[in-house]
Write a protein that binds this ligand. Structure first.
Ligand code: ADP
Length: 487
């Protein structure tokens, strides 16, 4: 048996395959872009057949001639996205509804108005928002004839993206791991399987759902048809949980923030079920032998997309990286402050209808001030999340960052300054893929625990220590709160 780990990272904009050696060294990667379908405003769809075809092609490319070396497969994926397929033919019945899709906003509002949210949150750790999977499944049943017909024949299979990929790889296994299942609104945080009462509430037939399995262990077997020999699938984990594991946040209180298009923050909550009173989410971080570790999660909708908007919407910068040099070119933002609510405000505010604000403009305001204010907004948003996590009993002692924006040294330093804690950035920034590699390595028995895998497979990191004084920090937060009140 080989000692390489093949990770399939089925993301939102692209799907990738990454071959790791057992010491965490990257051997080979392959990547394909995914077609984004936007049939109406607020709707986002993927072709599940394309996800499968491109993931398989990437896997074959990454494995190359090393098929015999692969000890195990790990899968990490865009979460909450719903695939509906026919379990007899193995073909998708409709386009997959992507996590960003808002088409079920009215259904969520109706459920909220009927007073369901408190109980749903207590049981699942989630809020009634179109983001999560259950209302997307219900929408497909209500609106797609093929899905409805398959349900009547008893052939309907629903799943999130890892579930779909395992079904294809393992030729018929219908499973979902607990970290992905905990994003559906159908899995109680303290129960092993999807709940009949929650299925009734959202109108999703329990018979269409997968069996919930661990995030690491012997989970399924990839058929020899695909890579010339059968390979065990030993890790399945949603992308944000995977990045948390890849950042080795394996002890309660350890926290990571991923700054990509949006910003996702997760704090390890240990074996205790999170009970947020500050509109944060509770979610399964990982599960082995049925034993769960939980996480508290908060997301800001707009992070790197603000920088993209400065570049593509305003034409203010030529590249995202240019913001760093602009921010460094001035001593402060000249009172310019941006509330990046261009797509609403996420946790802990949850104001989806909010819109952005640029405050404090004067004739002295130019490109540099706007670029700096955009980067400063990341620390302001993260500061609000930190306060909510602390109020929920999960204060951060340091923050591990990743994602495309984390490459910005100025932003990393500003985060440390505004949060007043050390900020650490790993040299190897593919933390999402790395987390799934840890899971698969442990699941295959290469290492006894995730901790051991992290010690063996994780590289060095750079640390940013807080530098600015309390008064400067407080002054910025006052202006942030004032501007926030105006959205
Ligand atoms: P995603 O996985 O959500 O597609 P990535 O993690 O690839 O996103 O991050 C890309 C985002 O990071 C883009 O929105 C881009 O504007 C931003 N970004 C990339 N490099 C920098 C940089 N040096 N400074 C600031 N923002 C950056």
């Amino acid at each position: 048996m080989g000692e390489h780990i093949l990770v399939l990272d089925a993301g939102t904009t692209s799907t990738r395959a990454i071959l790791f050696a057992a010491d965490g060294t990257l051997v080979r990667t392959a990547q394909r872009e995914l077609t984004q379908h936007y049939p109406r405003p607020g709707w986002v769809e993927h072709d599940a057949g394309e996800i499968w075809d491109k993931t398989l092609a990437c896997a074959r490319e990454a494995i190359g001639d090393d098929g015999a070396c692969v000890a195990a497969i790990g899968i990490t994926n865009q979460r909450e996205t719903v695939v509906a397929w026919d379990r007899t033919s193995g073909e998708p019945l409709a386009r997959a509804i992507v996590w960003q899709d808002r088409r079920t906003a009215d259904f969520c509002a109706t459920l909220k108005e009927s007073g369901q949210e408190a109980e749903v949150q207590a049981r699942t750790g989630l809020l009634l928002d179109p983001y999560f999977s259950a209302t997307k499944m219900r929408w497909l049943l209500d609106n797609d004839e093929a899905v409805r017909g398959a349900n009547e024949r008893g052939d309907l299979a629903f799943g999130t993206v890892e579930s779909w990929l395992v079904f294809k790889l393992a030729q018929g296994a219908h499973v979902s791991d607990a970290s992905n299942a905990s994003r559906t609104l159908l899995l109680p945080l303290d129960e092993g399987q999807f709940d009949a009462g929650l299925c009734d509430l959202f109108g999703v037939p329990r018979s269409s759902l997968p069996r919930v399995v661990d995030t690491h262990g012997p989970l399924a077997e990839c058929s020899s048809e695909w890579f010339g020999r059968a390979i065990p699938i030993c890790g399945l984990v949603g992308d944000q949980q995977s990045a948390t594991i890849g950042q080795a946040c394996l002890v309660p209180g350890e926290t990571k923030a991923t700054y990509g298009t949006g910003a996702f923050v997760l704090t390890n909550n240990g074996a205790a079920i999170p009970r947020s009173t500050h509109r944060l989410l509770g979610t399964v971080l990982c599960q082995t032998n049925g034993q769960r570790i939980y996480a508290i999660e908060g997301a800001a909708f707009v992070a790197g997309s603000l920088i993209q908007w400065l570049r593509d919407g305003l034409g203010l910068i030529a590249s995202a990286a240019e913001t760093e040099e602009l921010a460094r070119s001035i001593p402060d933002s000249g009172e310019v402050l941006i509330v990046p609510a261009l797509a609403g405000l996420g946790a802990p505010h949850w104001l989806p209808e909010a819109r952005g604000v640029i405050a404090g403009l004067s004739f002295a305001s130019g490109r540099a001030q706007l670029a700096r204010a955009a980067l400063e907004a990341m620390a302001h948003q993260t500061h609000d999340l930190a306060a909510a996590f602390a109020a929920d009993g999960a204060p951060w002692s340091m923050l591990r960052i990743d994602g495309g924006m984390a490459a910005n040294d100025w932003m990393a330093q500003d985060l440390a300054d505004m949060l007043g804690i050390a900020v650490e950035r790993p040299d190897f920034v593919e933390t999402t893929a790395l987390g799934a590699a840890f899971c698969a390595a442990v699941g295959a028995g290469l290492y006894p625990t995730l901790d051991d895998a992290a010690q063996a497979m994780r590289g060095a990191a750079r640390c940013f220590s807080p530098r600015i004084d309390e008064a400067a920090r407080a002054e910025r937060l006052v202006r942030w709160r004032k501007a926030l009140a105006a959205v």
